[in-house]
Design a protein around this ligand. Sequence first.
Ligand code: GDP
Length: 314
Amino acid sequence: MKSENITLIAGGVGGAKLAEGLDAIESINLSVIGNIADDDTFHGLWVSPDIDTLTYSLAKVINREYGWGLSDETFNSLSTLSKLNEATWMTLGDKDFGLHIYRTMRRNSGSRPSDIAKDISKAFGIKSNIILPTDDIVQTKLLTSIGWLNFQEYFVKEKCKPQISEIKFEGIEKALPTKECIESLQNADLIIIAPSNPLVSLNPIIQLPGIRETLIRANAPKIGISPFIGNKTIKGPANKMMEELGKKPNAIGFAEIFSDIIDLYFIDKSDKNLEEDIQKMIKNTIFTDILMKNQKDKLNLALLILEASEKLKR
Ligand code: GDP
């Protein structure tokens, strides 16, 4: 296999799993464009949950049970904050705090967020490139039955319970994509849309000014992976959110959002019944095992994607 430039557009947990599978393939040069719209400030620190999930996963220090945070964490800083009557619903571990302190310090001294992410990834010994889609601030806001919430308030504090009726990405109209993001899409031999939450992980990247057009125009084949099996997500609230917004909470719903971009679509083998409807939108489909339970599954799915992309190029 020749050395290829592969660009993965990814959210947190689902995206990071596939990123790990691709990262394990020596011959490829992987760039992962992550989501920054879940970012927020806690205790005066800038926290970037999806980028950190990618970083910790690729550095192999992730807490495998949760799919986020660091393994072997302690929570002493949070206990102190709680004693001081700070709200501590965002579970930040002691080791994790170090990263947020570093990021905030660098941001406050004027460093470009992309450079900070690059330096963190280097210090963690990651060989793949973690790319920020924009250096500007874009934040997901959800209109819910209890009012407008930031993403972490909805996801962590409210445990995704409130019904949602609208999602907006504050700041997106004026945000500029980074040069690293545009170049990695333009120079890619293959672009992969990860099995991530389409509404709050992929959309805030793809809806940045110019990104959808760059994707459509890019020469590389574009492969999408469904984050749904049947009407369920593997983890997280994507199916509930899709339903509440009147979208189909399955592989069809995902295709409806990205069919203008995707050339080839990986769907779970148990979703064969959706084939006819999906092929009206995306002609090339592969029904296979898309559940990544362990490292072997991640690598297997990554290898299958590469093999399929070769056929697509011929
Ligand atoms: P978040 O930002 O942490 O919510 O992460 P993502 O948006 O990247 O991931 C959430 C999505 O990943 C959910 O919709 C899950 O269904 C999907 N997901 C998680 N694990 C897997 C997996 O093993 N296979 C597939 N196909 N999707 C997965």
